[in-house]
Design a protein around this ligand. Structure first.
Ligand code: C2E
Ligand code: CA
Ligand code: CA
Length: 746
């Protein structure tokens, strides 16, 4: 190695060229470029340092690391970082020690940025050109070539290239991180999560764990006046005690000063050991991020890009959280809406913690009437008052939502969400617009434990329970049971099937003769609806008529039955049965429909059926609801000449005086009372009473469901002569009715 030393001495000692005046003005704040000298000859080390010692590249001085063997170099390299250039002796312990080390640096340590300059004492030791390329060796010089000037230029260009590589790698890494950070941040909802994400992403971006916090003005005021008005919205570990606090609580003057500087100068502040990033006008406010770290020039650029990305992102976040708010919250009361409730509900159902959890719907009684009577504004205030009361009773311990106009939902433990507790909320009157308003509510509940359905089903089933409670009586409650669900779902299924059947003309009308028992001659017929499904089975009217009524389908279907009956009546009259009457059943929903009279008139005029032979059968319970409307409608009907009878008489609650006012033409004794007349008893006291009643009111009476001769005889003995029943005829199709009439008359 001695000859190398000699060369080195020659090549590297240029003391005379050192000129103190040329000593660079080094900015001490900036880290120096780290140069590693690996050479088994100590003289080479000192000579190199001597040659490069005062060199300054881009205002940064050089500092040196020394290794005297390849193995020592390995140790140093695996613990040190940011080494810009390695000046490496090719031949050390072994002939190829240098190249092996290069391999180790690039492959094993994965250091691709560090520039490597190989030095060899003799040209003969030159590595293969392939090695130079494969190992990304910056330069290869014989030591004799490396005069001070040459060493200077070689190292300078190596450092430049190192810097470039670093910035490319950094910006690649940075861009990648920024892109990842942005997408990750975008998925976070709300400012708080977003801010926590920002801290996390900055740490990732700068490649080290950074402590800090994010703060913004408390109000939506765009600019903070002073750092004291800032509120910490997200913090890293060491600042966690600051979370949610105003920064005037911060017991650190220095941090406060830094923030103050940023607030007043409206700029980001970069100090030696900490930084304040300022995000301007993001989502209507400025946001400040305090970081407990200095930031290098290069990192500043990264952070710049990051910040502008974040600003856009944060604006989006705020936009999405506003959208989120619109999508999930009820603007009137500020409570969660139906969608939000469904979300919470499905979380509850999926969590497996639904034991003892109850979902309840609370429906305010008579809200629609109140709303109509006192105006929508009053109605809104009422709802807000209810929301507020519910919130103060259940707010912190239950999920509360407004899921419909006057329907609230509560989700929580059984001990809290109980009919008793909910009813309590309504005990005291509500103060609305300085008026005391006494409200009551109907409550439907579902126990989520062992609940099989999803969240939407649970809500529907609670609704079913609510409807059930409403149907029974106001201001009551009902827990959902499985049967209710089965029943209701079956009803819904049937409703769809019925609509399809009506559209596809699978409904038809049959006619059951009504006779005078004394002469056995036909006096009329009752039109009865039939539904034959596609597979040929009949659905009993007792099953589908209530569904048609419930769904409103009865209005169209009923009109069609009426028209069919009128046309059939006309044809029968044309056939010569001119005394024949036609009874048609009319439901409440039809009857109270505003176009009912019109459709009746049209059926009469278009069929040219005689009005006085048409008889509408209304039920006794109908006669009891809304008597005003009934009396008015009946008056119109009678003016047309159409007759009215009360069906199923005796099952309702009509009072005698009421009956008189209705001015009906006929009472129809319910089958149940006819049934009382049997082999063991021929009492039939109710039937008898009804007959007497009709006599005293001077109206006609007919018995339905007459199945036996005994019943017929008994009824006649009471003075009832008209009847309808299997004893005489079942309901018949049009054609069968005609044959039956042909046979029965005479
Ligand atoms: P409803 O008006 O009381 O009709 C009389 C029911 O008693 C009919 O049942 C009829 O077939 C049955 N019936 C007649 N005689 C006897 C008998 O001797 N023994 C027995 N066990 N039953 C007898 P259906 O046709 O099943 O109708 C049931 C109910 O469906 C009707 O009761 C009526 O409330 C309703 N309905 C039928 N068609 C219509 C319609 O077109 N419109 C409306 N709104 N309701 C209808
Ligand atoms: Ca009837
Ligand atoms: Ca009846």
């Amino acid at each position: 190695m001695s000859e190398l030393n000699h060369h080195n001495d020659d090549a590297l000692v240029f003391l005379d060229e050192l000129n103190p005046e040329h000593l660079p003005n080094i900015d001490l704040k900036k880290p120096s470029w780290r140069i590693m000298i690996i050479d088994d000859d100590p003289d080479v080390h000192s000579a190199t340092m001597f040659a490069l010692g005062n060199l300054e590249i881009q205002n940064r001085s050089l500092s040196f690391l020394h290794a005297y063997s390849a193995s020592e170099a390995r140790d140093i390299l695996s613990s040190e970082s940011d080494i810009a250039v390695i000046l490496l002796d090719v031949v050390m312990e072994e002939e190829d020690a240098g190249l092996n080390l290069v391999n180790y640096v690039r492959k094993n340590l994965g250091l691709n940025d560090v520039r490597i300059i190989l030095r060899t004492g003799q040209p003969g030791y030159a590595p293969e050109i392939d090695a130079i390329r494969d190992y990304d060796i910056n330069d290869y010089k014989t030591k004799s070539e490396l005069t001070r000037t040459k060493l200077y230029t070689t190292v300078t260009s190596a450092i430049r290239s190192y810097e470039q590589i670093c910035s490319i790698i950094a910006s690649q890494r940075g861009l990648e991180l920024i892109v990842n950070a942005s997408t990750e941040l975008m998925s976070l909802k709300g400012l708080q999560n977003f801010s926590t994400g920002v801290l996390h992403q900055i740490s990732k971006l700068l490649g080290k764990n950074i402590e800090g916090f994010v703060c913004s003005p408390l109000d939506d005021a765009q600019n903070a006046e002073s750092s004291a008005t800032l509120l910490a919205i997200a913090t890293s570990n060491s600042f966690s005690n600051l979370n949610g606090l105003m920064l005037d609580k911060l017991e650190n003057n220095h941090i406060q000063q830094q923030l103050e500087k940023s607030v007043t100068s409206r700029q980001s502040i970069f100090g030696d050991s900490d930084s304040v990033l300022r995000f301007e006008n993001v989502a209507q406010k400025d946001i400040y991020v305090f970081l407990q770290t200095g930031v290098s020039e290069m990192d500043k650029r990264l952070i710049d890009v990051f910040c502008s990305n974040i600003s856009v992102g944060l604006n989006n976040v705020m936009l999405t959280s506003r959208l989120h708010k619109y999508a999930y919250f009820d603007p009137l009361t500020g409570l969660a809406n139906r969608l939000k409730l469904l979300q919470t509900l499905s979380e509850a159902l999926q969590s497996g913690n639904e034991k003892g959890i109850v979902l309840s719907l609370v429906d305010i009684d008579h809200f629609a009437e109140t709303n109509d009577a006192l105006g929508h504004q009053f109605g809104d205030m009422l709802l807000c008052a209810v929301a507020k009361r519910l919130l103060s009773h259940f707010g912190t311990s239950c999920h509360l939502a407004r899921v419909g106009g006057d329907t609230f939902a509560l989700l929580g433990s059984e001990s809290l969400v109980s009919p008793e507790n909910i009813s309590k909320v309504f005990h005291l009157p509500f103060d609305v617009d300085n008026q005391d308003v006494q409200l009551s509510a109907t409550i439907g509940l579902v126990r989520l434990e062992n609940y099989a359905g999803g969240s939407a089903d649970a809500l529907k089933d609670t609704n079913i329970a609510l409807k059930r409670a409403k149907a029974h009586q106001r201001a009551s409650y009902s827990y959902f049971t499985v049967d209710m669900g089965v029943e209701i779902r079956e009803r819904v299924r049937m409703m769809h099937a019925l609509r399809a059947a009506f559209e596809n003309e699978r409904l038809f009308v049959v006619y059951q003769p009504q006779i005078d028992m004394r002469t056995k001659s036909a006096v009329g017929a009752e039109a009865l609806l039939r539904w034959k499904t596609e597979d040929g089975t009949f659905v009993p009217p007792d099953q589908f008529i209530p569904i048609a009524e419930y769904s409103g389908l009865i209005v169209d279907i009923g009109e069609w039955v009426m028209r069919s009956a009128c046309f059939e009546l006309k044809q029968l009259h044309d056939l010569g049965y001119i005394e024949l009457k036609m009874a048609v059943n009319v439901s409440q929903a039809q009857f109270s429909h505003p176009l009912f009279l019109q459709s009746l008139e049209r059926a009469l005029s278009e069929s040219r059926a005689p009005a006085n032979c048409v008889e509408l059968e209304i039920t006794e319970s109908m006669a009891m609801t809304d008597p005003e409307l009934l009396i008015k409608t009946l008056l119109h009907i009678k003016q047309l000449g159409v007759q009215v009878s009360i069906d199923d008489f005796g099952t309702g609650f009509s009072s005698l005086s009421h009956l008189q006012k209705l001015n009906v033409d006929k009472l129809k004794i319910d089958r149940a009372f006819v049934n009382e007349i049997n082999e063991t008893s021929d009492e039939g006291s109710i039937a008898k009473m009804i007959v007497q009643l009709s006599k005293s009111l001077n109206i006609k009476v007919i018995a339905e469901g007459v199945e036996t001769e005994r019943q017929a005889q008994t009824l006649m003995s009471f003075g009832c002569h008209l009847a309808q029943g299997y004893l005489y005829a079942r309901p018949l199709t049009k054609d069968d009715l005609r044959s039956w009439l042909a046979k029965s008359v005479n």
